[in-house]
Design a protein around this ligand. Structure first.
Ligand code: SF4
Length: 254
């Protein structure tokens, strides 16, 4: 069983090709800009969805039932070079279930991408790595104090895990959400790059902040700290990208 927040078919932004994204319920961080607030609580919760309908987020779901949904689009994955993305929430809080699901997908020849914020013991990675084709690894702040204070994360563990994955030869793309006031000032972006260079990162995707999650916060009755922050313009994202481009193969997403 896996506690699943949502399953999204025909995803286009969660990896190569056409994908199905499985959102795992529960996260151990609390990024105030999070686009998936419904996926943060660790336990299944009854809440209203963005259309106002009551539903359970994070219901325990049989892996066989997940596979039945995924298999519907197998032809699209094959045609487009797509597959399945395991996302969340933090997938690796349910590493056993994630490993079983990824193994089943691998057995069917389906490409599996893990999207993680990395704040878990490395043993959790070791459970899933044999069945994973690629990793999207979030990188959000440049020092221990900011990681702890802003999002409740363990900087040293997250950086160490990233280094170990790169050293092990995993196909890792680093994903940086661009959040004004947090990690976009030029000096700070240089510090972000310095951390990533230290562990040998090669490829970075920049994710400009957008407010598409606002409706979810309203529907869930939650306050959204970024409700009045405008989405980042592409021009602004390109300015920041120039810093990353000095060191990494860099792409702006979204
Ligand atoms: S790590 Fe991801 S899912 Fe967890 S709070 Fe941050 S943005 Fe949301």
């Amino acid at each position: 069983m896996i506690n699943v927040s949502d399953i999204q078919r025909f995803s286009l932004g969660d990896g190569p090709g056409i994908r199905t994204t499985i959102f795992f319920q529960g996260c151990n961080l609390h990024c105030p800009w999070c686009h998936n607030p419904e996926a943060i609580p660790l336990r299944p919760q009854k809440m209203r969805d963005p259309r106002g309908r009551e539903r359970v987020y994070g219901a325990p779901t049989d892996i066989a039932n997940i596979l039945a949904v995924v298999e519907k689009d197998a032809a699209y994955y094959a045609e487009s070079g797509g597959g399945v993305t395991l996302s969340g929430g933090e997938v690796l809080l349910q590493a056993e279930g994630a490993a079983r699901l990824a193994a089943a997908l691998q057995a069917e020849g389906i490409h599996v991408l893990l999207d993680t914020a990395g704040d878990v013991p490395f043993a959790a990675f070791q459970k899933v790595l044999p069945f994973i084709d690629a990793i999207y690894y979030d990188w959000k702040a440049a020092n221990a104090e900011d990681y702890r204070r802003r999002i409740g994360g363990d900087f040293a563990r997250i950086l160490d895990n990233l280094g170990r994955l790169i050293e092990a030869g995993c196909a890792v793309r680093v994903r940086v959400p661009l959040i004004e006031g947090v990690n976009t000032a030029p000096d700070y972006a240089e510090q972000m790059c310095a951390c990533l260079r230290q562990v040998g990162a090669q490829e970075v995707d920049l994710l400009p902040f957008h407010r598409l999650g606002s409706a979810k916060y309203r529907a869930l009755g939650l306050a959204y700290a970024y409700a009045s922050v405008p989405s980042m313009t592409i021009q602004r994202a390109k300015e920041i990208a120039k810093i990353y481009q000095k060191y990494f193969k860099t792409k702006i997403e979204g």
